[in-house]
Design a protein around this ligand. Structure first.
Ligand code: HEC
Ligand code: HEC
Length: 237
């Protein structure tokens, strides 16, 4: 986490080191191991679902690239972030990760660190890195606190103010889904402070890259108590 702390504490103007990817002789060995483990995940989840989750990138190349590009230092070697402000990617839909990286690259989504980190990734890099993180065991929270306010909003929404239930889009326990070609990301088990910053950004209109501004509408109708309750609830799932 050394680089990560440093970059996070100091405003990062550029990527500090340019790592060029080189094929290591070890790759052949680790390739085999990783394909074996990706296959286990495939077998566990059902091949079709897994392909949907992992997309068409190469998880083996993605493992190496995400190490070379230093993504793992902040997002965790297996995509589980050790910092509540930094999102986990473990088991996140690859298509969602690629969309976010493209949005950081184009500026459609702003974040001073991630705009720099995404700047020189090619489409292939994005697909490979996303496939690697997506093939990991899905992120999971550990605090199952009773939270009736949040649970009710999550499961039922609130028809009186046209607030759809989160579960209708983000799936059971917020583990995400793909429906009608829209990817609803995993939010259950996501890091707590990151979730709060995203809901706040959607609410203030500082993040506006969701299809038809759906998340801006959702977040705008939440008051602060509800937003905080949802953050506690979701991060524990
Ligand atoms: C110095 C720490 C740091 C490094 C290095 C880093 N990230 Fe990030 N990343 C972050 C933070 C912080 C956010 C949250 C951005 C926000 O609040 O909008 C983020 C967000 C993201 C997101 C959006 C996740 C979501 O759920 O919407 C993706 C995808 C991502 N990073 C991928 C990468 C990739 C790929 C690399 C390597 C090329 C990388 N990151 C390197 C800190 C980092
Ligand atoms: C009508 C569908 C829909 C509903 C209802 C919905 N969401 Fe979303 N949400 C999305 C989509 C689509 C995205 C991905 C946006 C993008 O591609 O950038 C998203 C993204 C998010 C993110 C960002 C995840 C990340 O990793 O950055 C959070 C947090 C979130 N939603 C929370 C919620 C909560 C909490 C609720 C219920 C109060 C909710 N959503 C209801 C469709 C929905």
């Amino acid at each position: 986490m050394g680089f990560c702390r440093w970059l996070y504490a100091v405003t990062p103007p550029t990527k500090p080191v340019t790592y060029r990817r080189r094929r290591s002789p070890w790759l052949a060995v680790s390739t085999f191991a990783l394909f074996a483990s990706a296959k286990t995940v495939l077998a566990e989840q059902g091949a079709e679902l897994s392909l949907q989750r992992i997309g068409n990138g190469n998880p083996v190349a993605g493992k190496q690239k995400s190490a070379d590009e230093r993504c793992q230092e902040c997002h965790g070697a297996e995509g589980n972030s050790g910092d509540v402000r930094i999102p986990s990617h473990a088991g996140q839909y690859a298509g969602y990760l690629v969309k976010q990286l493209s949005d950081f690259k184009s500026g459609a989504r702003s974040h001073e660190i991630m705009n720099v980190m995404a700047a020189d990734l090619t489409q292939e890099d994005m697909a490979d890195i996303a496939a690697y993180f997506a093939s990991q065991k899905v992120m999971r929270g550990d605090r199952i606190a009773d939270n009736p306010l949040a649970k009710n909003l999550f499961v039922n929404g609130d028809a009186a103010r046209d607030l759809p239930a989160c579960v209708s889009c983000h799936g059971e326990n917020g583990k995400g889904k793909i429906a009608d070609n829209i990817i609803y990301p995993v939010i259950g088990g996501q890091r707590r402070v990151y979730l709060r910053s995203q809901l706040t950004n959607w609410k203030l209109g500082e993040r506006k890259n969701s299809p038809e501004a759906v998340m801006n509408k959702v977040a705008k109708s939440l008051n602060d108590d509800e937003l905080n309750a949802l953050v506690e609830y979701l991060s524990g799932l």
